[in-house]
Write a protein that binds this ligand. Structure first.
Ligand SMILES: Cc1ncc(COP(=O)(O)O)c(C=O)c1O
Length: 377
């Protein structure tokens, strides 16, 4: 009998913090107004949004007016890429990205290709990371947009986006960073990482699903996708998701202790990786030779089929993943692992284990015991 499940799929989504849930419930019940209304109830709702905007801006070191809320990371990525590319098309139609982006970036780029934009991809090196210098080889006069994610959601690899931003200084191309796996976890701001647009999402930091936002530096050419009532300074129409925005605000507040959260995640990651190597000496940590987030491990277990491992671990009460959440359920091998390794053994045996700040070494030990049971079979 398995009495406690161990959730190691925090890169897909983190558990909602109870303090966030309680705060959201209060807002849901006590906020009848539409934030666009001029009366008291409307203005109460407006205040909730503007305070959350200030908190998101403080986290990113930006001006509050440069933040708008979306339904999450996917919409932020879609809006950024489509909104900026379409607004820039008179200057050129060349876009640069990487083959390891989240599906919400990949699909947006494919849609733009159908509109006549051309996209080229920076290839990861032997360590799985993208060398900043490779940007120079693809950058052209008609490049209008570069999009590179900060932390890869499948490997945890930290891309050199600061260096890339520096290289783009003085070039017309706009720079978008998908920071969904970095926001609230790593320390950065839009001064040390001078990008034009940056996406974030609440449910990776113990906030609610379905809310996130985009930092869009003022003056950046942009065509909104949702049009209507002119909300969010004409960047995203539609009555705002007040309780979600309040939940995001609370989740941001809870990230204040992020150096300690990171230390805990690193302890868990080290302990788990080392433990798994003892159980399965052929285990290979992807991205080990480069910078990695402490929250994610991509581990290849040559000789093991990752799909059946996932299912068997699930039966033992352990949740891990193969690829990103959006493609889980399908049996397609991960495009990310394939982009960093040509070895099919690696592609078909890699699992993702991802941690959260509230987990303990005891949780890792329990998970390792269950891994051992399954791997021995
Ligand atoms: C790197 C990255 N970008 C974008 C997203 C999409 O965010 P959301 O789930 O809020 O739409 C995710 C979530 O899986 C992600 O990991």
């Amino acid at each position: 009998m398995i009495n406690k499940r161990i959730y190691l799929d925090n890169a897909a989504s983190t558990p909602l913090d109870e303090r966030v849930a309680r705060h959201m419930m209060k807002i849901l019940v006590e906020t009848p107004g539409n934030p666009s209304s001029p009366h008291h109830e409307g203005q109460q709702a407006r205040i909730i949004i503007e305070e959350a905007r200030d908190a998101a801006a403080a986290m990113l070191g930006s001006e509050s007016r440069d933040i708008f809320f979306t339904s999450g990371g996917t919409e932020a990525n879609n809006s950024a890429l489509m909104g900026m590319a379409r607004a820039m098309q008179n200057h050129g139609r060349h876009i640069i990205s990487t083959p390891v982006e989240h599906p919400s970036v990949r699909a947006a780029l494919e849609a733009l290709e159908k509109e006549g934009f051309s996209v080229e991809y920076l290839k990861p090196g032997a360590d799985g990371n993208i060398a900043p210098a490779s940007l120079n080889s693809l950058l052209r006069d008609d490049t209008i947009l570069v999009s590179v994610m900060y932390v890869n959601n499948e490997t945890g690899i930290i891309h050199p986006v600061r260096e890339m931003a520096g290289m783009l200084a003085g070039h017309r191309a706009l720079f978008h960073v998908d920071a969904v796996q970095a926001f609230g976890k790593l320390d950065f701001d839009v001064h040390s990482l001078p990008c034009d647009a940056l996406s974030f999402s609440a449910h990776k930091i113990h906030g609610p699903k379905g809310i996130g936002g985009l930092f869009l530096r003022h003056g950046t050419p942009f065509r909104p996708r949702a049009v209507g009532g002119g909300q969010e300074a004409n960047r995203r129409a539609g009555t705002e998701n007040i309780s979600g925005i309040a939940g995001l605000h609370k989740a941001i507040e809870l990230c204040r202790e992020r150096p300690e959260h990171r230390r805990q995640a690193r302890r868990l990651q080290k302990h788990f990786e080392q433990g798994l190597r003892e159980i399965y000496p052929r285990a290979l940590i992807l991205g080990e030779q480069t910078l990695r987030s402490p929250y994610i491990s991509a581990i290849a277990l040559p000789g093991i089929d990752n799909q059946s491992l996932l299912l068997n671990l699930d039966l033992q009460g352990v949740a891990v993943s193969v690829g990103s959440a959006c493609s889980s359920g399908s049996i397609k091998p991960s495009h990310v692992i394939r982009a960093i390794s040509e070895d099919e053994t690696i592609v078909n045996s890699t699992i993702r284990v991802s941690y959260n700040r509230y987990q303990t070494i005891e949780d890792m030990d329990e998970a390792l015991m269950r891994f051992k049971t399954v791997l021995n079979r």
